[in-house]
Design a protein around this ligand. Structure first.
Ligand code: ADP
Ligand code: MG
Length: 406
């Protein structure tokens, strides 16, 4: 049996027309000799009646500090509705299908509600269905606690994680992530109209793009696929474009039907919005005297990114919802600081950038040519990022996309 996992995101199951497109993809896989396991997200995006955000608002309007257990249980309903509707659609077209909750599909998690980690997957139920010729339609984003059968959710983007984890547990040939764009692109196509589809990209590069804000795939899903060396594809539900293959090696770009080999060393530009940058005045003796600012922030549960430390100054970024809490911690500890709200991070990612001279020069020149102030840079061997004001975001992403010949 050649098992594959096909995951369909919110927009792919939102309307009857979309669900028929999903049915066609499942049917095609069966025709090609595969045994698909289907994974679905909740139907539609913010504002749709059964979308995850709508469900969250429903409970928050009753009680702002609702228990996380109840919140997870309600959020799971979004995928339960979606899997039942999708299974019914497949059945209507003569495909033998069965809707399953995450728990029924054997996805067992710890009890960290809202961000549960998968502990193990018991595939016996899924294998039994597949061997009987029944297509399982599994609720993404959810699992069940091992000991006491409580519903849990895996965190935002969790359906991608469900698909990758099922792929690994079932030793699938590959995992397909179907969405509303034709693959992983050189930039978010909502910001850059000229963005190109990547024909192939490495697990490591996609992870960097995803960590830096490219929400087309969840980084946890890529990590799981990488751990089991399972190829992943990102494709559109609504076209026949072959999409992007994610594997251990990076590859070329797809321009129309032409595949161009990478002439340059960057693979894509990513952006992360809703950040605030903090700059804190330091005096070299303070850490030595035991005043460790980072301990205070960690104790307060604030996760900081883009950290940069020198003798005189510390700089870091937090997400906008953490700004007030961060200010409070800094004020309590008496550090002098400046907070720049309304920031974004732009990043150029590419494993071939490693050790190539002139990359930073190109990055800085592209932003300088548009008079975009760089508030701070951070880099690793495969990624260069800058914190800028959010109002310059589209211009910055477009300028970097051009400068790196993407
Ligand atoms: P789904 O609901 O199918 O999981 P998502 O909204 O999570 O879909 O992800 C798809 C979206 O990701 C696209 O609509 C696109 O705007 C956005 N996106 C951001 N960066 C990229 C990128 N580099 N390539 C493709 N899509 C991207
Ligand atoms: Mg998604």
């Amino acid at each position: 049996m050649k098992i594959i996992v096909q995951k369909f995101g919110g927009t792919s199951v939102a309307s009857e027309e979309a669900r028929i497109a999903v049915k066609n993809k499942v049917q095609q896989a069966i025709r090609n000799g595969y045994s698909p396991v289907v994974v679905v997200s909740a139907m539609g995006r913010k504002g749709a009646p059964y979308a995850t955000d709508t469900l969250i608002d429903t409970l928050k309007s009753v009680n702002l500090s609702v228990n996380v257990r109840e919140m997870d249980m309600l959020m799971c309903c979004g995928e339960i509705i979606s899997s039942c509707v999708m299974a019914a659609t497949l059945q209507k077209y003569g495909i033998n299908a069965m809707a399953l909750t995450g728990g029924q599909a054997g996805i067992m998690t710890d009890s960290q509600f809202g961000a549960a980690r998968i502990k193990n997957i018991n595939v016996s139920n899924l294998m039994h269905l597949l061997e009987s010729g029944i297509i399982p339609v599994v609720c993404g984003f959810q699992g069940m606690t091992e000991n006491n059968f409580k519903f849990t959710t895996l965190g935002r983007g969790g359906s991608d994680t469900s698909a990758a984890a099922l792929g690994a547990a079932l030793k699938a040939e590959f995992v397909e992530i179907y969405t509303d764009v034709e693959g992983i692109m050189t930039a978010d196509p909502r910001l850059v109209k000229e963005a190109n589809i990547l024909e192939q990209i490495s697990y490591a590069e996609v992870c960097q793009m995803a960590y830096n804000g490219a929400k087309v795939i969840h980084p946890r899903a890529v990590e799981i696929a990488m751990g089991s060396n399972i190829p992943m594809y990102v494709k559109s539900t609504f076209s026949d474009c072959p999409g992007t293959l994610i594997t251990s090696e990076s590859g070329g770009r797809r321009n129309g039907s032409e595949v161009a080999i990478h002439e340059n060393c960057a693979s894509g530009v990513a952006n992360l919005n809703d950040l605030a940058q903090f700059r804190i005045e330091l005096n070299p003796s303070e850490f030595a005297a035991g005043r460790n600012l980072f301990e205070d922030l960690a104790d307060a549960g604030i996760s900081v990114g883009c950290l940069n430390l020198s003798e005189k100054e510390a700089m870091f970024a937090v997400f906008t919802p953490d700004v007030e809490h961060t200010r409070k911690v800094l004020e309590e500890t008496g550090f002098k600081y400046v907070c720049n709200e309304g920031c974004a991070k732009v990043s150029v990612v590419g494993s071939a950038m490693r050790g190539v001279p002139g990359i930073m020069a190109n990055f800085v020149a592209a932003l300088a040519a548009k008079n975009i102030a760089i508030l701070q840079t951070v880099d690793s061997d495969t990624t260069i990022s800058a914190i800028i004001k959010e109002e310059h975001l589209v211009e910055a992403v477009t300028a970097l996309h051009q400068a790196f010949k993407l």
